[in-house]
Write a protein that binds this ligand. Structure first.
Ligand SMILES: [Zn+2]
Ligand SMILES: [Zn+2]
Length: 343
């Protein structure tokens, strides 16, 4: 790593053009995960958890199905395949490497016969994120907790997403750490095995998706003459749809982040209510396929400008065909049952 990924200064202060946005400013922490070797004492993605030795490891007992098109590899096989691909980048594979890759993923015979089979037994969950409150300013922990651990079952459950489980904990109460947690025998997709990453948390200011704004504010943001009058230097290609520029470049940050506003993407905004107590729910964690979206203003300073498939998916996580999995928690009691949405 050559430097700390840092969001460039915003293109301009959007509240000077649209002062009514000012009270809607909300802090978010971009996590900027980058490959590393985290310890249980580190905040991480895909790293080892500070898990008490005497506490059962989370398992998923819901039904699981595998099909013949996406052979269910073990996490170890996924990691080995990634190591070989990374080591051989820019050269041809050695015969040993090719043999290993073919053993992991035998070449398919065509036509492919799709055998769909239930996967028997309970599946050990995989660590997704470990966040210490002292590293992540926008992590609002329940009373007595200073650590959030997120795991998932690496199979699709509702709405085509892996099923997440959240654990709030006080780090000081963990004395004996579980040294070798169980691993799932298989994962449904490679993208459900997060590669170990250390975090570079950075606080940014977000504003709501334009569809979450009042009618008056939506109209202001859609009025190109206000942008011109403020001399914002926004490309006139946006003259017919300035809300696009607002959404991409000024509202919600792309990538892994904690807190901030919901990034609705292709789905329509809708209120989310806690299934336990009916309170509003807050965006807790965004599990992102890509570190950067179409909004160039969020591209960290040190990143190469165009290398999307290599440079921008350090965690190797893939949700759907390139979406985000956003975890929402109860604003009143974060320990209430949470909700996942794919945007
Ligand atoms: Zn499961
Ligand atoms: Zn609640």
């Amino acid at each position: 790593m050559t430097g700390i990924p840092t969001t460039p200064p915003r293109p301009f202060d959007v509240t000077t053009v649209f002062p009514d946005l000012a009270p809607l400013a909300r802090a978010a922490t971009r996590l900027h995960p980058r490959p590393g070797s985290p310890s249980p004492q580190d905040s991480s993605i895909g790293g080892p958890l500070l898990w008490p030795a005497d506490e059962p490891w989370p398992h998923c007992d819901e039904p699981h199905v595998v099909d013949g098109v996406n052979p269910a590899l073990s996490p170890a096989e996924v990691r080995l395949e990634r190591r070989i691909r990374a080591a051989s980048r820019g050269r041809t594979l050695t015969p040993e490497e090719r043999e290993t890759l073919e053993r992991i993923r035998p070449p398919q015979e065509y036509p492919v016969t799709v055998a769909i089979a239930p996967y028997e037994g309970s599946i050990a969950m995989l660590p997704v994120a470990q966040l210490y409150a002292h590293d992540v300013p926008d992590l609002h922990t329940p009373e007595g907790a200073d650590l959030l651990q997120v795991l998932w079952c690496p199979f699709d459950h509702s709405a085509g997403m892996p099923k997440t489980a959240l654990f709030w904990r006080s780090a000081a109460t963990v004395t004996d750490i579980l040294a070798t947690p169980p691993e799932p025998p298989a994962v449904q997709f490679d993208g459900y095995v997060p590669a170990p990453c250390l975090l570079n948390p950075e606080q940014v200011t977000e504003y709501p998706d334009h569809r979450d704004l009042s009618k008056e504010l939506r109209e202001q943001i859609g009025d190109w003459s206000l942008w011109q009058a403020a001399e914002t230097d926004v490309d006139s290609a946006y003259a017919s749809y300035p809300h696009e520029f607002y959404n991409l470049e000024l509202s919600v940050a792309p990538g892994w982040r904690v807190g901030g506003w919901p990034g609705w993407g292709a789905i329509d905004p809708h209120p989310l209510l806690c299934p336990t107590c009916g309170s509003d729910m807050d965006a807790l964690l965004t599990i992102a396929t890509f570190e950067t979206g179409d909004g160039k203003s969020w591209l960290p300073h040190q990143e190469p400008a165009h290398e999307p498939s290599i440079g921008f998916n350090h965690t190797e996580v893939q949700i759907g065909s390139g979406y985000n999995q956003q975890v929402y928690v109860c604003a009143t009691a974060p320990e209430h049952a949470h909700t996942d949405l794919m945007h």
